[in-house]
Design a protein around this ligand. Structure first.
Ligand code: SF4
Length: 511
């Protein structure tokens, strides 16, 4: 096989493996989280679904999450290697993985929203090149980081006044306050349990880049800088006392990793940049033979066989689960309370950013009265004359906050479902019109794809596959009522309770 073809094959293998199989350090951290939460709690049930999902994805080489993320490659080559040829091979591998349904088409024109369909376009993927001496191998590391957690990244400019924590000065304790605030502000919207990469210093651009590069470290490595090591341990332990938990459902584990790097800064600037990554922490790497393009060895993986994460498929049922079938009556919806676990069977519709935008100006293509609108941008494959969803977890609902209240009222929806919760405007609309917000388990794309019995139709396909409005027939699709028709919001409760805990960490620690 020609070198360029072998290189393409190796890179395709890396992309598919990264999208479908979590690295051992992340698996270990997730297994610890599962052991830590009390069984029968919402956090434990969510982690059980996630564990099943991780096993399913690895078993079928399917995307762990339907948002297969923004690909960032870190490539180190011998001096003089043909970097343009390597970048071409990366782009071909990305396009082929997309065509095979291993990556979702995720690259859209920033102004028109038009999807390129192959994950390629100006700026995508990101490829960083480095060189090394005295090594004739090519090392390729890949991070696939989704939009939900990317949106929870945050950058601080010190000194700053932080909610619940007071003034953060230009010192290590100021950094400590920023990091606690970063975890708190993310709540469950970045699909906690999560990990943070932190860049201290730099300018605004290099600070964020340094933060993201920290995510290429393993969760259990040891920071060589003793001050940063101590801060990493402190943030990991203290964040878990905030009580945010998996998906923001409350619980004892919120963070599975904190990795901090520091670079120099201008005397006038002191940036603390935080890259938040979700539990679907997809990071792998491979060392390639520069002569043949073949994979010599994997990075981040070890030789141990992959142990299944889940004890049983899905979550342990308690008998309190409530069946839900659309069209749902107002009386049935008003009977639901925050904390109820529902199992949806029958029909539901997907709709995310483009559909919400469309519905503000146009009537829906189907009658939505009594229906459930699922915030989801699935991975879909054409099969004969029909379609098959290969990954179908929820997307972040807060993005639709400017539209949702009006859409619920205007079209008579009885439930909207996604992840991370909604704001006060939607909460008021739920109360007024008799509707609920359902929180599905973020990232559980394989698990939810298996709850879909059939794709019954699609409208608005011109928005692209992830943004179209899909009509699905589902069976026992689990979700938790986190905002009900009585003005209750689990998200607001957890946010307020965790703010109370955050306040107790205002006293300086690193002095
Ligand atoms: S697990 Fe959540 S935050 Fe992560 S990529 Fe999937 S939807 Fe996005």
């Amino acid at each position: 096989m020609r070198r360029v073809e072998k290189l393409h094959e190796s890179l395709l293998h890396l992309v598919v493996e990264t999208s479908s199989n979590l690295p051992p350090d992340v698996r270990r951290a997730m297994a610890r989280a599962l052991r830590t939460e009390d069984p029968d709690t919402r956090a434990s049930q969510a982690l059980q679904v996630i564990a099943s999902n991780i096993d399913m994805a690895a078993g079928c080489e399917g995307p762990i999450c339907q948002d297969t993320g923004w690909p960032t490659f870190l490539v180190t080559t011998p001096a003089g290697a043909d970097q343009m040829m390597i970048e071409d091979a990366i782009r071909r591998a990305i396009a082929e993985a997309t065509q095979r349904g291993k990556l979702r088409p995720n690259s859209v024109d920033s102004l028109t929203g038009k999807n390129t369909g192959d994950n390629l376009g100006p700026g995508t993927p990101t490829v960083h090149f480095r060189q090394w001496r005295h090594n004739d191998e090519i090392e390729v590391r890949l991070l696939l980081k989704g939009g939900g957690c990317e949106n929870k990244n945050i950058q601080y400019s010190l000194p700053a006044e932080l909610p619940n924590l007071g003034r953060a000065d230009r010192d290590l304790d100021g950094v400590r306050k920023c990091l606690l605030h970063a975890v708190w502000q993310a709540q469950g919207q970045g699909c906690s349990v999560g990990a943070i990469g932190v860049g201290v210093g730099g300018d605004r651009t290099s600070g964020y880049e340094h933060a993201k590069l920290q995510l290429f470290r393993t969760l259990d490595d040891v920071n060589p800088d003793p001050r940063l090591r101590e801060l990493e341990e402190y943030i990991l332990n203290t964040s878990n006392a905030l009580g945010i938990g998996t998906m923001g459902f409350g619980g004892g584990v919120t963070l599975i990793g904190c990795k901090i790097g520091a670079i120099n800064r201008l005397p006038a600037s002191f940036f603390v940049s935080v890259a938040y990554d979700c539990w679907a922490f997809r990071r792998l790497g491979a060392v390639l033979d520069a002569g043949t393009g073949a994979i010599r060895r994997w990075l981040y993986k070890d030789d141990a066989p992959i142990e299944p994460m889940a004890v049983s498929e899905g979550f342990a049922r308690t008998g309190k689960e409530i069946p839900l079938r659309a069209p749902v009556s107002e009386a049935d919806i008003r009977g639901l309370r925050v904390g109820d676990l529902v199992l949806i069977s029958g029909v539901m519709y997907t709709g995310r950013d483009a559909v919400h935008h469309h519905l503000m100006r146009h009537a829906p293509p189907a009658d939505l009265r009594g229906q459930i609108l699922y915030h989801c941008g699935p991975v879909v494959l054409k099969e004969g004359v029909g379609w098959r969803m290969t990954a179908a977890g929820p997307t972040t609902s807060i993005r639709e906050e400017p539209y949702e209240a009006e859409i619920i009222g205007r079209y008579g929806l009885r439930a909207v479902m996604g992840k991370g919760g909604k704001g006060p405007k939607t909460l008021a609309a739920l109360q007024e019109h008799g509707a609920v917000y359902l929180n599905a388990i973020g990232g559980a794309a394989q698990y939810y794809a298996r709850c879909i019995e059939a794709v019954e139709g699609v409208d608005l396909l011109e928005f692209g596959l992830p943004e179209a409005m899909w009509r699905l027939r589902v069976k026992e699709f689990p979700a938790i009522v986190t905002m009900d028709a009585h003005g209750n919001s689990l998200h607001a409760d957890v946010q307020n309770a965790s703010a109370g805990v955050l306040k107790t960490f205002a006293t300086p620690v690193f002095v």
